[in-house]
Design a protein around this ligand. Sequence first.
Ligand code: ATP
Length: 631
Amino acid sequence: MRVELPVPAASYFSPQHVGALISGRDSERPFPRQTATTPPFPDILNWQLALGAALVNVQIPLLLGQLVEIVAKYTREHVGSFVTESRSLGTRLLVLYGIQGLLTFGYLVLLSHIGERMAVDMRRALFSSLLRQDIAFFDAKKTGQLVSRLTTDVQEFKSSFKLVISQGLRSCTQVAGCLVSLSMLSPRLTLLLMVATPALMGVGTLMGSGLRKLSRQCQEQIARATGVADEALGNVRTVRAFAMEQREEERYGAELDACRCKAEELGRGIALFQGLSNIAFNCMVLGTLFIGGSLVAGQQLTGGDLMSFLVASQTVQRSMANISILFGQVVRGLSAGTRVFEYMALHPCIPLSGGCCIPREQLRGSVTFQNVCFSYPCRPGFEVLRDFTLTLPPGKIVALVGQSGGGKTTVASLLERFYDPTAGTVMLDGRDLRTLDPSWLRGQVVGFISQEPVLFGTSIMENIRFGKLDASDEEVYAAAREANAHEFISSFPEGYHTIVGERGTTLSGGQKQRLAIARALIKQPTVLILDEATSALDAESERVVQEALDRASTGRTVLVIAHRLSTVRAAHRIVVMAKGRVWEAGTHEELLKKGGLYAELIRRQALDAPLASASPLGGKPKDPRSHQHKF
Ligand SMILES: Nc1ncnc2c1ncn2[C@@H]1O[C@H](COP(=O)(O)OP(=O)(O)OP(=O)(O)O)[C@@H](O)[C@H]1O
């Protein structure tokens, strides 16, 4: 059974108003639906209560009518021909209603146009600003938070803006206008209205803020439940592989139950609020009628004036309720806007491009790390690199090996200028990277191939072209051939137009890696970084990928990061990293002869290999000699 909250009831506060007051959303934005399982009895109770409330509601106008009858008895002698007088009045009212309808239509269309354009512009500017932020910024933020600023916060700000224009202006004008005309009708009644209405509004606002808090908790709980669902669905392969469907169902179910509890609590709060507001405002109508009636009886007010007063006072009350709702919405809208503008105003420490030089001379591809120290900005006290010095000679292959967490990938990140060193310099052909245009460096000089290639859910052609947007089809084919990918791509019915699925899920690991190599090669980088590029592959895929990498490495400066030492023994230079600095360096033979850390690592891996190959699942050849590649 679905229960949608909040359940609005016909009352002085319209459903939209109450929804807006509680949730802080405008009426045009649907309240997020919460689905909850409830026992059957509240359903029956619900319609009985609704029927009862409707019947009571029907009685009220009848009683009011009888009351007006009593008032009218005193004024009957002043009434002329009702039909004649009401005809022209009715016509004027109809014309006014028509004009009001047209004006409302006009300004709402205009407002929607302005609001939507504003939201699109804000999202575009925010997205662009986010894409330009430093990598360190993303280390410290959750993707969900950033997406929420793009969606929820912009939406909140737009809604507030529209609400302020559409209802704020109208409500304020209505309150001012009606109060003037009411005070002309009856200053005493106006005084009563001006004292009672704000007092009631104050109580309503207090209750509303409590309900808003509940609503926020409700939203947070929904976000938690959505997070669980998102995680499970996003990692469905892992869930399936571990047969964890039942556990995930239970986890999601528990979060949903918590949602239901909160939503029911909120529902009870809304019900109480609506019930009390009904009583309060109906009492006000009654009070106005009694006091107004006595004024009519004392010839101080006409029956018509009293009716006008009633209608106008209702308008004032509605408008003031609107303003109090608006106030909360504006506060929320402003804080959402602040969150959006805060990110828009952020300036990255490492700009994407511009202002820096692009060398005119032919690049040789010599890279030097000179006494580099580095700590990640989100962990300032933890030094990953300490006085790290390393040279990558042009056209040579340098392998970086060492213990896990030793800082190898960090070295690659500094070379791509994802971060700047805290001390020391990284140089390309003798120029400090900080003096070079970062987008030129990343787009044309440095190519990066990681252990887990990330593809986009578009075609193979577009994925390869991601490396060079203006590449011709021939360039794409050539890069694919160089990466040993052309053959498998051509075997697909759609060839280069095959859609690879989200993150490339429709391809094997080896195929994805070859596409990533083609994507890196298409820009013809001078410096190539291979970060464990083959470690996630099986023996056969590794052979094909390694062949492509060997070819791609020819004539380039290459930094290879590897765990399996057998894959790098042919490198021109092997650098062993430990404790954030270069521990030892040399060729494979030199390092073996030295008998240091490298020799120890080789010995350990050789010991591990027979154990692994003895495993019934150990498909990969573990003999180090079987992995001898060009580097
Ligand atoms: N984005 C980051 N923010 C904060 N600390 C990080 C970040 N990335 C890595 N580190 C930390 O920096 C240290 C070096 O990590 P790095 O990834 O460079 O090591 P590695 O030698 O490449 O490891 P592995 O061989 O396991 O891939 C680790 O202690 C790691 O926890």
